[in-house]
Design a protein around this ligand. Structure first.
Ligand SMILES: Cc1cc2nc3c(=O)[nH]c(=O)nc-3n(C[C@H](O)[C@H](O)[C@H](O)COP(=O)(O)OP(=O)(O)OC[C@H]3O[C@@H](n4cnc5c(N)ncnc54)[C@H](O)[C@@H]3O)c2cc1C
Length: 346
């Protein structure tokens, strides 16, 4: 299939197709050049169809969720970007399985932030009846959480204030405070190369910032989440506090750029915390360092923020500055939590 035919076929499926569309506005950090072709899918079926068209034509495609963990290169993406806006959900009649043993991810790397002493970290409402909710993977977590509250359903509170989709949260095993999104997954519907696959939580082999999807690049179409008919008033109170704390983090960013340290690294370096922000700030002294329009955020040194006119090259240069300093001064690699897309050789 030639480019024009692909464009025509995709435009038939998704009428708002754009060519040469800048990607920066679709990411939270706001950098990145154009995609050759850009489509928005509002229904699960459209994603499958768009992927089929790309795979049949041998054209690279990239599935975009909330764009909150991505840095697109200034050169953009040569192929088709499919933005997932499919957000339907359904409360299922079936009773979910028991939750996984905790902690499912032993290497949790959570450093409690300094919240007001009066605020209690919420325990899971284990007495409340469990409920299964089927969600399309393009659902944004905050609106989903608020809609579920209206149905008396709780369980997403720790993920308040994170601009992610359900699909991106599964891909990364999103962590909200001490909780991992993967622990809520009962099963999911995946798609790749013309085949649907229903899998359970174990399939994902969830780890810290990791799921098996990093290797398989399968697409999550929908997820069955194990939630609770819990205390919505208490959940709303916690969300107010937690979302306010999250709002202090730089929003024009891609979240934490680097992974936090492992407990083993923390011990070796004799640090009071596993927080990579602490290392960048107190050990490497790089908080506030600026290259072009990108800066290591004064509010949270694990974040790189776009001051308004940053390029992807500025962000990459800052990343490399931090990684080199960690190598030189601590003999340590700082693995990325964010994904770089379209950078040669990265
Ligand atoms: C202000 C801010 C705060 C943040 N706080 C946190 C935090 O507390 N904890 C944390 O863990 N992260 C945090 N993040 C990072 C980010 O929100 C998470 O990594 C999130 O899981 C990314 O989801 P997304 O939908 O934005 O994915 P995207 O950034 O759009 O995509 C990330 C990857 O997921 C893949 N993907 C997306 N959807 C699917 C799908 N349906 N099927 C298969 N693959 C898919 C994409 O192809 C890509 O490879 C924060 C980011 C910001 C900007």
């Amino acid at each position: 299939m030639h480019r024009n035919e692909i464009v025509k076929e995709l435009a038939r499926l998704m009428p708002h197709l754009r060519t040469n569309e800048p990607l920066a506005p679709y990411t939270t950090i706001g950098v990145g050049g154009p995609a050759d072709v850009f489509v928005e899918a509002t229904m699960v079926e459209q994603i499958r169809q768009a992927v089929d068209v790309c795979e049949a034509a041998g054209v690279p495609h990239f599935l975009l969720g909330g764009g909150s963990n991505l840095i697109f290169a200034d050169a953009g993406f040569r192929g088709v970007v499919i933005r997932n806006l499919a957000d339907a959900f359904e409360i299922l009649a079936e009773t979910p399985d028991a939750p996984p043993p905790t902690p499912a991810v032993p290497d949790a790397r959570f450093s409690p932030p300094p919240l007001d002493d009066a605020v209690q970290w919420p325990e899971e409402d284990t007495d409340a009846p469990a409920v299964l909710v089927r969600v399309a993977a393009g659902a944004r977590l905050m609106p989903l959480m608020k809609q579920l509250f209206q149905h008396g359903i709780t369980g997403l509170e720790w993920f308040a204030g994170i601009p992610a989709t359900v699909g991106g949260a599964v891909f990364m095993n999103l962590h909200g405070g001490p909780r991992f999104f993967g622990d809520l997954v009962q099963r999911a519907l995946l798609y790749r190369r013309g085949r649907f696959k229903t899998v359970d939580r174990e399939y994902f082999r969830f780890g810290y910032d990791w799921s098996v999807l990093h290797d398989t690049r399968e697409i999550v179409l929908q997820v069955d989440l194990r939630l609770r008919r819990g205390d919505v008033t208490r959940a709303r109170q916690f969300v107010k506090v937690w979302a306010a704390y999250k709002a202090n983090q730089p929003q024009r960013s891609a979240g934490c750029i680097f992974q936090n340290l492992s407990p083993e690294q923390q011990r070796r370096l004799d640090l009071p915390t596993t927080s990579v922000g602490y290392v960048i700030d107190r050990v490497l002294g790089l908080k506030g360092r600026q290259i072009g329009g990108a800066r290591i955020a004064p509010a949270h040194a694990a974040f790189i923020e776009n001051l308004g006119n940053a390029t992807a090259a500025d962000v990459l240069a800052l990343i490399e500055t931090v990684q080199q300093a960690a190598r030189d001064r601590l003999g340590m690699e700082l693995p990325l939590e964010v994904e770089l897309v379209g950078f040669d050789g990265k």
